[in-house]
Design a protein around this ligand. Structure first.
Ligand SMILES: [Zn+2]
Length: 195
């Protein structure tokens, strides 16, 4: 499989460079072709709005510097502007306005994959069938309530990994799991005795 020269990714802009052109592999190729202005450029200048292509390129830059798509998308999912309306395109010819955090993340990943010449139809993040976005993974901490009285207990928590769609579902929270304190004591004794 072809790879793109790192300089073309690190120094380029999706406004001037057509990363959808898979024959564009080096910085020298881009210089030779000259500025390839995005079809949405004027509209975008008139009404500046978030662009999935711009963020997708940023993610791709970090991946070329040694990070992974998983790590970069997890970090990007924390960005405060993901509920904004944004531009997306699959060819840099036709643009659509979309919104929703799950779709924003999906669009950013897809363009990062285009830039990196990876398969655009595969996703690091699982697909949400309800909104056509992607799901996030988070860890919640369930509290173990083993007290004999309500809301009392040892303060033990247990991590649980959950997937959820940031668009269709509430961000999951830890739950309270009541357990019989006697069962817990038996469990603790087993650990202690090495059983
Ligand atoms: Zn969804």
């Amino acid at each position: 499989m072809d790879t793109r020269e790192r300089r073309l990714i690190v120094e380029g802009s999706p406004c001037d460079t057509n990363y959808f052109d898979k024959s564009l592999l080096t910085f020298a190729d881009a210089q030779e072709r000259g500025r390839q202005m995005c079809a949405n450029y004027e509209e975008c200048q008139r009404k500046p709005m978030d662009c999935a292509l711009r963020y997708g390129l940023e993610v791709a830059k970090y991946v070329t510097k040694g990070s992974t798509l998983e790590a970069e998308l997890a970090e990007f999912s924390q960005a405060p502007f993901l509920d904004n309306l944004f531009w997306d395109s699959e060819n840099r010819m036709e643009f659509i306005k979309l919104n929703g955090k799950a779709r924003f993340l999906k669009a950013v990943e897809r363009f990062a994959r285009s830039v990196l010449l990876m398969d655009e139809n595969v996703h690091v993040l699982p697909h949400c069938n309800s909104c056509d976005g992607v799901k996030l993974t988070t860890t919640v901490y369930d509290s173990i309530h083993d007290g004999l009285q309500e809301l009392s207990g040892s303060g033990k928590t247990k991590p649980r990994v959950v997937q959820y769609c940031p668009e269709c579902e509430q961000e999951p929270r830890g739950q309270i799991i009541p357990v019989n304190p006697l069962d817990e004591i038996v469990e603790d004794m087993k650990i202690f005795s090495g059983e």
